[in-house]
Design a protein around this ligand. Structure first.
Ligand SMILES: Cc1cc2nc3c(=O)[nH]c(=O)nc-3n(C[C@H](O)[C@H](O)[C@H](O)COP(=O)(O)OP(=O)(O)OC[C@H]3O[C@@H](n4cnc5c(N)ncnc54)[C@H](O)[C@@H]3O)c2cc1C
Length: 433
């Protein structure tokens, strides 16, 4: 029996594991193995809500082991260390530490390997960024943002503090892509709610300065300019300062340095300026692009190795119907996962496999208290249907609900969504401690 190993159970890998488990694993046509360094899955586009304390990750985690049992695949917890492509064996470390002893390594043989290990923050070599800035790479890094914000709000609103008077909390977010913008809006909502519940006594707008700095001439690079204009207006209403054309040259313990040597003080710096592939991808001898993403062909197989596929943020993919490489987005990861869940069984059955085609359904930016803004594709596939307000919020929620549905099936998805709704209704809307 063939063994299909998927490494990485994020937006892309988890979906493929479930799809292949249901089609091949259930009928014992192949052994499907999912490897992830974490025991649970959390949909990454929720991380800015975790960072703002508006979402309790525990309520949204899904256990890989549980889903493996339900969907006929096997789950191995471990971190990918190396791939021996000649022998078709991967090495997985039981721990996430860099210096793993050989004894901790587990070898897993594969016939087909699917790399879906996602991306990491790209610092572009900016001095101090790695050391002093926070990121939204994973749940624990998002929780660090939340904890730092709480600590800063409490410290600055305490008259007993070193200055003897309340002072401003300054948050600087580097990068005005979807991640940075959505985080800024969530943090504004949190500063208001924490004030309402008496967690801090600062003016939630004027004493909590939230700024987004972007090197490009406009926000949301790569997205529709009309969406960017609408988002800019909403951010202004929420008193979030956006500065474009601002290149950050260094991050210090007290803030940032900008091109021209201007200094900007900040209590919290969040780096959301770019994504590169996980460093392991570049060590596998595969062809990679500048961001270290594995280059794939029409059928998402890595160039030079037809037994290895790459999808999601760790892949560099330019389908025949696209004019440039696809962006690192959940929408891309999802479509690639659906494609492989269909193409691999076809390939094994000797049926023809069509090339991967990407369809851009548009983008939606969630602005917390300010609703959501987005553009959707028309029936002809052209972007240009703009949505805002309640409809946009509903559509934004629907994207996550679709993910919950894909993992759980109809009945369980309904119950899970009900429990999420109840949790939201019963809670304060943000973590208060
Ligand atoms: C705050 C935030 C908001 C976002 N909002 C949006 C949005 O609104 N719309 C949108 O389209 N996209 C959004 N994105 C981007 C989107 O989340 C990613 O493009 C998508 O998650 C990529 O999916 P992936 O499966 O490639 O990687 P991931 O979802 O990152 O999953 C990677 C998986 O690999 C595992 N892994 C990593 N390294 C190893 C290893 N060495 N060994 C074993 N396992 C490993 C990880 O534990 C993880 O489970 C957002 C991202 C962030 C951070």
């Amino acid at each position: 029996m063939r063994t299909i190993v998927i490494v990485g159970g994020g937006a892309a890998g988890f979906q493929v594991a479930i799809g292949l488990g249901r089609s091949l694993g259930r009928r014992q046509l192949a052994r499907v193995v999912l490897v992830d360094r974490s025991p649970t899955h959390l949909w990454k586009p929720l991380l800015h809500q975790v960072a703002a304390g508006s979402m309790e990750p525990a309520a949204h985690h899904t256990s890989f082991a549980l889903q493996a049992e339900r969907n006929h695949f096997q789950f191995v917890r471990g971190s990918l260390v190396s791939v021996d492509r000649a022998r078709r064996v991967i090495s997985v470390a039981a721990s996430d530490k860099a210096d793993v002893a050989d004894a901790d390594l587990q070898a897993i043989a594969y016939d087909t390997l699917i790399l879906a290990i996602g991306g990491v923050t790209e610092y572009f070599g900016v001095p101090g960024a790695r050391e002093h800035a926070l990121t939204l790479d994973c749940v624990s890094s998002a929780e660090r943002v939340r904890d730092r914000l709480h600590a800063a709000l409490r410290r600055k609103s305490n008259p007993e503090s070193s200055t003897g008077r309340a002072s401003k909390v300054r948050v600087a977010i580097v990068g005005a892509g979807a991640t940075g913008i959505q985080l800024a809006a969530q943090l504004r909502r949190t500063s208001r709610l924490l004030n309402r519940y008496g967690v801090h006594q600062l003016d939630p707008v004027h004493d909590v300065d939230i700024a987004v700095l972007e090197a490009a001439p406009s926000i949301l690079p790569g997205l529709d300019s009309e969406v960017a204009a609408r988002v800019t207006r909403q951010l202004a209403k929420q008193h979030i300062r956006v500065a474009t054309g601002q290149r950050v040259t260094a991050v210090t313990p007290d803030g940032l340095k900008l091109h021209g040597n201007a200094q900007r003080d900040a209590d919290i710096v969040v780096w959301a300026a770019g994504i590169a592939a996980q460093p392991q991808v570049s060590t596998l001898g595969l062809e990679v692009n500048q961001k270290g993403q594995a280059r794939v062909g029409d059928t998402l197989q890595c160039l030079g190795d037809e037994n290895v596929f790459a999808i999601g943020d760790c892949a560099s993919c330019r389908p025949t119907n696209a004019t440039r490489e696809l962006p690192t987005r959940a929408q891309v990861a999802y479509q690639q996962a659906l494609y492989l869940a269909d193409a691999i069984p076809r390939h094994l059955a000797g049926r023809p496999v069509r090339p991967f085609v990407y369809r851009d359904y548009g983008s939606l930016i969630s602005l917390a208290g300010g609703g959501a803004v987005g553009s959707l594709a028309t029936m002809r596939g052209k972007l240009g249907w703009y949505v805002e307000g309640r409809l946009a919020v509903l559509l934004h929620h629907a994207i996550y609900r679709r993910h919950v549905l894909a993992i759980n099936g109809w009945r369980r998805a309904l119950l899970v969504s009900l429990s999420h709704g109840l949790e939201r209704w019963l809670s304060a809307g943000t973590r208060l401690y």
